[in-house]
Design a protein around this ligand. Structure first.
Ligand SMILES: [Zn+2]
Ligand SMILES: [Zn+2]
Length: 285
């Protein structure tokens, strides 16, 4: 009753979760729906999920295959198929699952990624970027639910996610988390866990050190700092499991790579990564 009166006096602002425009029922506005549909139609790197552009186009020197074009499949490094867990056979979510693309971006060709597969809803740009910033820095915790829903939808497009035993949110340093009041990755993981009916392991991984962005350091020094920042505090729930790491943004993949490595060391069978925002990969080296 009280709530109804309050809502009458102060009607809640109903917004598109991405751009913040008015929306009758908090659903995506037409522009953002079209934007996400466009991203969903893009070719992505089979390993890191980096967005590569529209199918059938030639951009930045990378040739994108048109549907049915198998020439590029032969360019994949040998043994790559063994790295991916076989997908599509188990369909716990009851959705029709499409096959992975087989195009690999230059960054994945150049380095050894310790995760089996990463995917994102959209590249970190435009309203997608704004939504992440509202969730992360402007206290809009409630955004985790609609953004988590979009992540759940994106996970249905990739069969490997259907085999996830548990979700592992990227932890924050306790001091930083107290400052912000919440960890957005945990909120996203909880929303996803609820939707997909998958448990969320919130305490197996802890961040014991803050890692300020030390741009003056070399890449290997930064990696070393990052490596010492996380520990698997409880290895038992990880053993033999297929885990999906949940984060808001995948940028270079260095944090999720370190975490994937640690989870594997602790006995995880396979590590996948699902983020709300991802990268845009170009064909340039
Ligand atoms: Zn919108
Ligand atoms: Zn890649």
């Amino acid at each position: 009753m009280l709530r109804a009166v309050i809502e009458l006096i102060y009607p809640p602002r109903l917004q598109c979760p991405l751009c913040g425009a008015q929306s009758p029922d908090n659903s995506l506005c037409l522009d953002c729906r079209q934007l996400l549909d466009g991203y969903a139609g893009e070719q992505v790197c089979c390993l890191c999920g980096g967005f590569l552009g529209v199918r059938g186009y030639h951009l930045d020197g990378l040739v994108y295959p048109t549907p049915g074009d198998s020439a590029l499949l032969r360019e994949q490094p040998p043994g790559y198929e063994d790295k991916l867990i076989s997908c599509g056979s188990v369909n716990r979510l009851g959705a029709s699952l499409s096959q992975s693309s087989w195009l690999m971006c230059p960054a994945c060709r150049a380095e050894n990624r310790p995760f089996d597969l990463a995917r994102a809803v959209a590249p970190y740009e435009g309203p997608v970027r704004e939504a992440v910033q509202r969730l992360k820095y402007r206290g809009m915790k409630s955004l985790a639910v609609p953004l988590g829903e979009l992540m759940a939808n994106a996970s249905l497009r990739e069969g490997a996610f259907a085999r996830t035993d548990a979700l592992v949110p990227v932890p924050m340093h306790p001091g930083r988390e107290r400052e912000r009041g919440y960890n957005q990755s945990v909120l996203l993981a909880r929303a996803l866990g609820e939707l997909l009916q998958v448990p969320v392991l919130e305490r197996v991984l802890v961040k014991i050190r803050e890692t300020p962005s030390q741009t003056s350091l070399s890449a290997s020094q930064r990696r070393k700092n990052l490596q010492q920042a996380f520990v698997v505090a409880k290895p038992e729930p990880v053993k033999g499991k297929i885990l999906t790491i949940i984060d808001d943004v995948f940028t270079t993949g260095s944090t999720v790579s370190i975490i994937s490595h640690l989870l594997r060391q602790a006995g995880a069978r396979s590590v996948l990564v699902l983020t709300f925002a991802g990268t845009r990969q170009s064909g340039k080296k």
